[in-house]
Design a protein around this ligand. Structure first.
Ligand code: MLT
Length: 270
């Protein structure tokens, strides 16, 4: 399946392919949209799939212009603008980790535009004190050593130990593909994540289905947090990836694709 590259206001790049009911896939921190391509290619046979590179990543311009106040809500507006540019009408939104935080911010404001949304290794909880402390240390590290050194240190920790031991070259590819993310964008995203509020209420208020994909070895968003939250929505679809870290779309690629496809089929059944 061939994806076409497009742009929003000459700044934000995204890929689009397929036909049928639309879904937007949002990537997480230290990645670009390529992280979703196993799933995107497979799903484009049945759906219109849109995969942005969030500002500052991949083919998009640096994030600073989009994050003057480093608020996650600005990223939700980017999603809305892409949906409007593509005349999507109602669509589904699935976000990995930070992409899930953005999906929650989008849902808080524009729930009516959605058929459902999905959190893949993500959480509605705000950062803990410990997490805020670690993010501040990361910001200092980026200022002192640059983004490459930071990403080289951070990215391997996203993967489960078993996967990492057997798939070193995949992890290396992820590091390589992130190397052009500029330090200011990374810092803006860290600030943005630190400032985001708890959005558990978004989960309880949402009247349509929510997908949760979680990994038993995820050290970034732990399983117990995800399990506690999946009881909150009116209708949850829960998929637990055994022995997966934070990167199910790579570590358990086919299983993740199938869970996402099944969810989208369910949303678009009627
Ligand atoms: C991500 O994968 O998007 C980030 O690691 C999320 C986070 O740091 O909270």
């Amino acid at each position: 399946m061939q994806f076409t590259q497009k742009r929003l206001r000459d700044q934000v790049g995204y890929r689009i392919a397929g036909s049928g009911e639309p879904v937007i896939l949002l990537h997480g921190f230290g990645e670009d949209g390529n992280i979703w391509m196993d799933q995107a290619k497979e799903m484009a046979s049945a759906f219109t799939v849109i995969v942005p590179d969030l500002p500052g990543t991949g083919i998009s311009a640096p994030a600073l212009a989009y994050l003057p106040e480093q608020r996650i809500e600005a990223m939700a507006e980017v999603v809305k603008a892409i949906a409007e540019q593509e005349y999507l009408g109602q669509f589904s939104l699935i976000g990995h980790s930070m992409g899930g935080y953005i999906s929650l911010a989008f849902t808080e404001k524009y729930a009516g535009m959605l058929k459902g949304f999905g959190l893949v290794h993500s959480t509605a909880y705000a950062d803990s004190e410990e997490k805020i402390h670690n993010r501040k240390r990361s910001i200092q590290f980026i200022k002192d050593h640059g983004s490459n050194a930071f990403l080289r240190q951070m990215i391997p920790g996203l993967y489960g130990d078993g996967y990492k031991a057997d798939n070193g070259e995949q992890v290396e590819r992820h590091i390589e593909s992130s190397k052009d993310i500029d330090p200011e964008s990374l810092i803006s995203y860290l600030e943005m994540m630190m400032k985001r509020p708890d959005r558990t209420k978004v989960l309880s208020d949402f009247e349509k289905p929510v997908l949760f994909i979680m990994g038993t070895e995820d050290k970034t968003v732990n399983l117990s947090d995800s399990l506690a939250q999946c009881h909150v929505p009116v209708e949850s679809h829960v998929h637990i990836l055994e022995s997966s870290g934070h990167m199910g779309m790579k570590e358990k690629s086919a299983e993740t694709t199938n869970a996402m496809k099944k969810f989208l089929e369910h949303l678009n059944e009627n």
